[in-house]
Design a protein around this ligand. Structure first.
Ligand SMILES: [Zn+2]
Length: 563
């Protein structure tokens, strides 16, 4: 009851202010100084409509989405924020599909072990070759494959990985460590660090010139079960133009724990004992004696172009200092019909709602007096394919990352109403979390840490592309933890996530509904507005906290941030 009255009050405020201000869009939107639920709803309804075909990169849905975002920002009076004075940044994309059947065989002396795609392995390729082969190449067990100079930890030692297959343990060295072990606490304990992500392991293997990398799947340490690991089915979508100095590995993926156990036993090793040994800082990678790997992959390779969309409000005093607010515009396109016959996966919440939130931030900041620093509003392509658009930006940024103050990312907002708390993803990373706590307190709210930090959500949305480039980041992600809802408390917040993730996430069911209560989502967007306005008129540079794996990189460019 209280909630409903608040909503009616809120809507009436918006109505009266919209009568005073100029109408800015074709949609019958409110245009006051407050983040507007009716605006958010209207934007989401448009972006997630059938006409936009689920916003898949490289489809007519992309054309409509990109034009829509540009029209919106132009109407608000933003300036183009993309490449060469345009509204966009080109992202060359490549889709590879490894064709089945795939021959993958280990030989251990006289022994043989064949892997089967989807059953005992799940592999793909990020290279552009249509045919990939390996003939009896050496196999190296690299443990967790962690090279962390700040922790004085190096699993590789002198090993040469060139042209070899590297086998990795999932997660990082202290995930399963007991408190007495030397690894304990050095990699966030149960919290996953970047070193625990498969993406890091593939990158490290590529830097060392390996032919390929296989990660041994374990459900708990991976954060998902084998069916999810195997769901990739040989497909990979990545940046089309790679740094020629660091070509990707030719084969990457998972090996099922049972197959790995058999392989190690057959080769004369005890995998469980090696798991424990790899948690010791003295562990070093080694070539598995008498063990070789052969494969033949036929690959379909498709190249296509997509676009990030960017607008900017220039700062009045220090326009080269950039605050960035972002979301991803892409969704899952058209798929098989669901029970209701729906085929368009419109991603209403993921991430049309986040995009709508960024557009609302842009609208409000464009109305107010200019800040000292510039604010860039970025809408990334191909997040769902693996953060491709944001990674493309971070590799070739329109605005230098060294002088990008912070990135604020919205990816899924809860639609179950007002919340007493805001969920923090990646606790202990940067001092932006202290700012978030302060502004939440101003709203009468408090901060709750994400529910499952061991799942590494901090490494799984677009903000991470910026973090990897050294930029301090904050992510708001509605599925990171159940909110303490004003109506129904934590249980209701958790129920909302269970319903959304269980039924709708990445499916046609992720559709706009007139049951949405955006009060809590608006509170979260307000937090970003307050943070951006405060930092926008400040000379402060937020910093990574000691112990963050991104601090070292940021510190290298500290010269460019001295005033
Ligand atoms: Zn998303």
């Amino acid at each position: 009851m209280r909630l409903r009255r608040l909503l009616i009050f809120f809507q009436s405020v918006i109505l009266s202010s919209s009568m005073l201000a100029n109408s800015i869009a074709a949609e019958p939107n409110a245009s006051g100084d407050a983040i507007s639920a009716s605006n958010l709803n209207a934007i989401v309804q448009t972006l997630s409509s059938e006409a936009f075909e689920g916003r898949a990169p490289g489809t007519p849905g992309e054309e409509k989405t990109v034009n829509y975002l540009i029209d919106k920002m132009a109407a608000m009076g933003l300036e183009p924020g993309g490449t060469d004075g345009s509204w966009t940044q080109d992202v060359a994309m490549m889709r590879t599909q490894v064709k089945s059947p795939i021959a993958m065989t280990f030989t251990t002396g006289p022994g043989r072990l064949a892997l089967e795609q989807g059953i005992s392995a799940s592999i793909d390729t990020a290279g552009s070759s249509t045919r990939v082969t390996a003939e009896k190449i050496p196999v190296v067990f690299v443990g967790f494959g962690t090279h962390a100079p700040e922790q004085d930890w190096d699993d590789y030692g002198d090993i040469d990985l060139k042209g070899k297959l590297a086998i990795y343990l999932v997660n990082d060295p202290d995930f399963a460590a007991t408190p007495e072990e030397p690894a304990a606490g050095r990699f966030g304990n149960r919290r996953m660090t970047y070193y625990g992500r498969w993406a890091y392991k593939y990158e490290e293997a590529a830097r060392r010139g390996a032919f390929g990398a296989l990660v041994i799947h374990e459900t708990e340490a991976a954060g998902y079960d084998w069916s999810v690991a195997a769901a990739g089915a040989g497909e990979n979508v990545s940046l089309g133009v790679k740094n020629p100095a660091a070509p990707p590995i030719k084969m990457q993926g998972w090996i099922h724990n049972d197959a790995a156990t058999r392989l190690f036993t057959q080769a004369g090793y005890d995998l469980n004992a090696l798991r424990v040994a790899a948690r010791d800082p003295e562990f070093r990678a080694f070539e598995m004696k008498g063990t070789h790997f052969s494969t033949e992959l036929e690959v379909d390779v498709t190249q296509f172009d997509s676009r990030n969309v960017l607008g900017v409000i220039k700062g009045k005093a220090r326009p080269n200092e950039i605050l960035m607010a972002s979301a991803h515009w892409d969704a899952y396109g058209i798929g098989a019909p669901d029970k209701l016959g729906r085929t368009v996966r419109g991603g209403a919440n993921d991430d049309a709602l986040g995009s709508a939130g960024i557009l609302e931030l842009a609208r409000i900041l464009a109305r107010g007096p200019a800040l000292d620093r510039s604010v860039v509003f970025a809408f990334w392509t191909a997040e769902e394919a693996g953060l491709v658009g944001s990674m493309a930006y971070a590799e070739d940024p329109v605005y230098p990352l060294e002088t990008t103050v912070a990135n604020f990312t919205l990816d899924i907002l809860q639609t179950a109403g007002a919340a007493r708390d805001v969920i923090l993803v990646g606790k202990g990373q940067s001092d932006l979390e202290d700012d978030l706590a302060r502004h939440a307190q101003n709203q009468g709210r408090y901060v709750t840490e994400e529910t499952l930090p061991e799942n590494g959500l901090f490494y799984r949305a677009d903000h991470f592309s910026m973090a990897r480039g050294g930029v301090p980041v904050l992510l708001i992600m509605g599925i990171a933890g159940g909110s303490d809802l004003v109506t129904g408390g934590r249980a209701a917040g958790e129920q909302w996530i269970a319903d959304y993730v269980g039924n709708c996430y990445h499916k046609p069911c992720d559709a706009w509904s007139d049951n949405w209560d955006l009060t809590g989502a608006i509170q979260d967007i307000e937090l970003f507005k307050e943070l951006i306005m405060e930092l926008g008129n400040s000379t402060r540079w937020p910093e990574w906290k000691p112990g963050s794996e991104f601090k070292g990189l940021r510190d290298q460019s500290s010269e460019s941030r001295s005033h």
